[in-house]
Design a protein around this ligand. Structure first.
Ligand code: AMP
Ligand code: ZN
Length: 493
């Protein structure tokens, strides 16, 4: 399996530090507001990466922090006349809620900065002792970038060619403008903790580094985040680890491309953002997922609501194909010998599975993996149309299972997309009332509706009969009236 390591700009064969196990960390959000869909893209990318590593059989330990003390949180709290802890609590909870709605798996470990002060102070102490950090006159503690000969190794920058002020805070407590704060002396009204250097709070770069060391041990296999974190955040993280413990922080660094609107990075500061919450209030989570995964995680992703509408349709086609396959399986005659048509769908299924793995093995190419899935959807739809009522149960079930499983690896749960919820309520009621209704799945609903429709026709109640036919169509099926009676078959696209 190849993974692109942003440290050396190359795809490398992935070999975990400990056979069969992967330890990974992804920088979490600063919890001062709802996250936007750009943030969500980064978290989604690593969710799929983690799921795929698990699919490959690795035992993955995944940690992600919540930055719950930070200037942005303090500013928001001051604006709203609340405490920073209240703001962080509200948006920490909101973040976890939206991650669940989006189908993102919980991390195994979710440390919060405010509960890890001791681990951070310990690391800062080591850095001071080794001469890599100094206490400024005001009680701030800074990391001295000049003390680390490897500084710049991750982002490929040379200190002397960098310009201060761009992405680095300038202040007169620092000996060098690129030095960064490990510990910030408390200002009045700010949350603070006692320390050997006076009351204060930790710096952002210090947080992730100390938590990784504490919970996963350094170096870890994979460290991830958005591409905007390479410098200075990840550069500073790795510099601290190298200086404190003599080892790099991570073996492989992975960075996601930025989600953009109208060619510009989505960000809170530009004001061009949509929150994940507002998007999930209007669109199915899996449609958003599908849209995002159609672009490789390292490439920029151009977001638009037109594209998202398109993904809703694509998701529907995917779900109805699987539904139709399961339907055909349930309504097929007893399986005999497989014919040529059956064998070709069977072969297409195996090929799609192999192609999916090949694409994902190539630096998690979800776009290629989805193309494999859609290729199989095309084959399955052609099969259903050609096999008509003569489909093979074994082959259709196998293909339906393969599609569900591959989608599952991408975190797309097709069972969520196919339920009786899609059926108009009055038809659900009608189906439920019918004696033949066997259970809460679309198959039983449609069977019961078919029987109800026959009864409506027998009593010349044409309006009800037609309404039922339309309801069955919602399930992705059509009623075919044959001389031998009505039967259901998958709708041809
Ligand atoms: P923050 O809370 O700003 O630290 O952001 C949380 C995560 O979202 C980080 O990994 C960022 O790199 C990432 N991120 C921020 N903006 C975008 C964007 N427009 N597209 C993709 N990822 C982003
Ligand atoms: Zn971090």
């Amino acid at each position: 399996m190849l993974i692109y390591n942003s440290q050396n700009h190359r795809k490398q064969e992935f070999e975990p530090l400990e056979p069969g196990k992967v330890r990974m960390y992804v920088c979490g959000p600063t919890v001062y507001d709802q996250i936007h869909i750009g943030n969500a893209r980064t978290f989604l990318s690593f969710d799929v990466i983690r799921r795929y590593l698990q699919y490959k059989g690795y035992e993955v330990t995944f940690a992600q922090n919540l930055t719950d003390v930070d200037d942005k949180i303090i500013n928001r709290a001051n604006e709203q006349g609340r405490s920073a802890a209240e703001v962080a609590e509200e948006f920490g909870t909101a973040f976890i809620e939206q991650m669940h709605r989006f189908g993102i798996l919980d991390p195994d470990i979710r440390p919060r900065a405010t509960r890890e002060i001791e681990a951070m102070q310990e690391m800062i102490g080591v850095l001071i002792e080794k001469g890599n950090a100094y206490v400024a006159p005001n009680g701030d503690v800074y990391f001295s970038v000049r003390s680390d000969h490897d500084y710049g190794v991750l982002s490929g920058r040379e200190l002397d060619q960098m310009r201060a002020g761009e992405r680095v805070e300038v202040n007169d407590m620092k000996r060098d403008p690129f030095d960064f704060a490990l510990w910030k002396a408390a200002k009045p009204g700010e949350p603070s903790w006692p320390s050997p250097w006076g009351e204060g709070r930790p710096g952002w770069h210090t947080e992730c580094c100390a938590m990784i060391h504490r919970y996963l041990g350094t170096p870890i296999d994979i460290h991830g985040g958005g591409a905007d974190l390479v410098f200075p955040h990840h550069e500073n993280e790795t510099a601290q680890a190298m200086c404190a413990w003599g080892e790099p922080l991570a073996k492989t660094w992975m960075h996601t491309g930025m989600l953009r609107v109208d060619g510009e990075k989505m960000s809170k500061s530009l004001g061009n953002f949509y929150t994940l919450k507002e998007v999930l209030d209007k669109y199915p989570a899996d449609a958003v997922r599908l849209l995002m995964l159609q672009t490789h995680y390292r490439a920029p992703l151009d977001f638009s609501f037109e594209r998202l509408e398109g993904s809703v349709g694509t998701l529907g086609r995917l779900a109805s194909c699987v539904k139709n396959l399961r339907w055909a399986a349930g309504n097929a005659p007893l399986d005999g010998e497989l014919n040529e048509l059956d064998r070709s769908l069977s072969a297409a299924t195996k090929e799609a599975e192999a192609e999916f793995v090949a694409q994902m093995d190539d630096d998690f190419n979800t776009a290629g993996a989805m193309a494999a899935i859609f290729g199989l959807v095309g084959s399955a739809n052609r099969y259903l149309a050609e096999a008509a009522g003569n489909a093979s149960t074994a082959v259709t079930l196998r293909t339906a299972d393969a599609l569900s499983e591959l989608c599952g690896v991408l975190g797309i749960d097709l069972s969520r997309e196919s339920g009786e919820g899609e059926l108009p309520a009055e038809l659900v009621g009608l189906a439920r009332e019918h004696a033949s209704y066997g259970g809460d799945d679309p198959a039983s609903a449609a069977d019961a509706l078919l029987a109800a429709r026959q009864e409506a026709r027998a009593s010349k109640n044409w309006a009800t009969a037609d309404a039922i036919r339309d309801g069955i169509a919602v399930l992705g099926l059509v009623v075919e009236d044959t001389p031998a009676g009505a039967r259901l078959r998958a709708k041809r696209d």
